[in-house]
Design a protein around this ligand. Sequence first.
Ligand SMILES: *Cc1c(COP(=O)(O)O)cnc(C)c1O
Length: 412
Amino acid sequence: MIENIEKYIEECEKQAEKEFSALDEIALYNQKKVLDAFREHRISAMHFNPSTGYGYDDVGRDTLGKLFASVMKAESGIVSPLIANGTHALTLTLFGLLRPGDLMLSIAGKPYDTLDEVIKGKNNGSLADFGIKYTQTELTEGNEFDFAAIEKKINEQDPKVIFIQRSKGYAWRDALSVEKIGDTIAKIKSFGTKALFVVDNCYGEFVEKKEPTEVGADVIVGSLIKNPCAGLAPTGGYICGKADCIEQISYRLTAPSLGMEVGSCVSGYIPYYQGLFLAPSTVRNALKGSVLVGYALRAFGFETMPKTGSMPYDIIKSIKFDTAEQLVAFCGEIQKISPVDSYVTPLPWDMPGYDHQVVMAAGAFIQGASLELSADGAVREPFVAYLQGGLTYEHCKLAITEIVRYFNGIGK
Ligand SMILES: *Cc1c(COP(=O)(O)O)cnc(C)c1O
């Protein structure tokens, strides 16, 4: 039993001091990187203006792409509210780079669930429907790449795209550090491949000082309602990388020959610019929450990933509960202390495409925005909750206090 919960949380904060100060340092570094890019591109009010129709000469759109590219240290970038979500951005990227007969090789195991149908769907316009082949290699138990298997695939099948997912997704593993992604790309290049390296960067932006484009990735892809726009962007995705890759992808975003010359935004670009500006700080807030929850839950013996005491490489904290009731109650506590829909009780439901029930807490301003404090989990063993986000550290701290109060009250 914890006697004084507020005091207990303060003790947890003290234990987290080392990670907190490292996260502050990363945020400062990334804030400067973003600010420098704003100054370099001479951002002014004209860039925020709405556009309509074809969106010819839309300086807000063009500059936003260049700004993101500068921040990501990439040659070129697409940043667009016309991209519906991360899955759409990844789909555009894959269709932009791959041609019939080409092979996509995923080297961190199976990509994110929503890509299953994009890659292998039958008669739905998938890559497979267009004769694009797919293969994968698994990560080992120790979260290492299987280089022997990768080299074999390269020698025998000559992949055109090598795909790496930075975040852990729904796997019980650590996310990949940017350093590890860089070392891996360098090693695979030494096998003599000409493949393009595409990184699913979702949940990774601004978690570290570098992005994968700084360590050899040809293209990185992400969602604007996750890390890179601080909860302000109402929708959208981004794709940054080598200029020739981005050009090919832009022909899928709109149409061949039109590419990045068209596309309007009737609501204007302020949330995208302002969101990018705030993102390093907001991501840091969420990460501090993620670190704190690890320390706070130790008293109850729940296992977490990443492990308490280590630095996070994405914004997701996986928490292993013992029972379905604990998982559902945990999501309930998060929902209760959300700014939106706090009066709603999340219940497990049958989600299309899943063979088990899913429970979700999402009291967010922007639907599904997961840089806002949110949690979800499949109601089946091992009862893992995925907790992410928090626009302010104080919100995270209040939520964690309530979670501790809950588990303290019922015991484990
Ligand atoms: C969120 C996410 C995606 C894309 O999902 P959307 O819900 O379509 O935005 C892809 N990969 C990873 C690792 C993600 O976290």
